[in-house]
Design a protein around this ligand. Sequence first.
Ligand code: ADP
Ligand code: MG
Length: 318
Amino acid sequence: MELGTVGEFGLIDHIKAQFSAPEGITGIGDDCAVLPQNDGLDTIVSTDMLVEGIHFLTDKSPATDIGWKAAAVNLSDIAAMGGRPSGSFLSLALPKSLSLEWVHEFIGGFRQLSDIFNCPLLGGDTTSSTDGICINVTVLGTVPSGTARTRSAAIPGDLICVTGSLGDSSIGLKMLLGSDTESADYGYFVNKHTRPMPRVREGMELAQHPGIHAMMDISDGLGSDIRHILKASGVGAVVDVRTLPLSDQLIRYCRTKGIDPCEPALCGGEDYELLFTVSEDYEALIGIAHSVIGKITKPEEGLVWKGSDKDFLGFRHF
Ligand code: ADP
Ligand code: MG
C-alpha cells in the first residue's frame, strides 16, 4: 500500500505497533518521550527533521532563519511538555556543493535561538547528501518528576486554551512562496513563519499549575492537532471559531482578500503556540496570556466547530 493512502498518522501507528513502551515510560505518540530518572526529574526527548523542498527553500530563506527554525521547532516540543531544555544534537546531510558560508550562517541562527533558552549543542552527525539538505535535531529537557504535560490528560469540562495568535505563519509562507508580496504586513507575516518563538517559558510556567491538564504545541494547525488531544485523552470538544485568537494583521489581510480567517487559523500550521486544557475553576489563576476557545466534552460528542458549518483539517505530510 502506498504511503499516500496510509497517511502520516497511519504510518506512525504502523511503526508504533511493533514496539511497546516500557513500564513508566511515555513513548511514541506525544510531543516528547518521557523517561523517569532517580533524581526527582524526568528526562524528556524529542526529535524533528527539516527537509529542503518540504520544510524550507534555500532560495527563499536565509540560512540563519533555517537554523533558527530548526532549533525552534524542536524546542517547541519541549515547551509542549512544560519542560526546561538541557541540550541538543544536530545531524546534517549536506550536498558537497554547499558552501561553508551557508553552514556558518545556519549554525549562527541555530545558536541564536539555542542561546535564548540556554540549550547548548552537545553533539550530532554529519554526512554528505546526493539530493538536498536534510537537518535532524534531537533536543533533551527535564521536568520535575511526574509533571510532564501529555496529550492524554484532558477531562470533560476542561476549558480549551491557546497562547498567542493563530494563522500568521501560514500567510507568511504564502507570501514567501511568491504571492502577495506587496502587503504592508509582509515583514510581520514572513517573520512569524521563518522565526517562530517557541513558548518554552510559558510551557514551564503552565506546568507548575496542577489545574493545567493536557498540553501540546500546534505544529500542523489547530484543526489537526486538537484531534491528537481528543484521541489520546478519549474525549470530545466543542471549539467556538469566533473566539480564535487572530492578530490585527491577519484580520486585515483576510478582510482584504475575502478569506475566512478560520482557514489559516485552523488549517495553516507552524504556529508553534501551546494548546492546553484547564479545569474550569482554575482558569482565572493562570498568569500566562491565553485565549479560551472551547470546552472538552464527552467522547461521544466528537469534535464540533461552533460558529461555522465547515470542518477543518490541518497539514499532513502524506
Ligand atoms: P510533533 O509534531 O510534535 O513533532 P509528530 O506528529 O511528528 O509530533 O509525531 C507524533 C509522534 O510520533 C511523536 O511521539 C513522535 O516521536 C512519533 N514518531 C513520528 N515519527 C516516528 C518514527 N518514524 N518512529 C517512531 N516514532 C515516530
Ligand atoms: Mg509537537
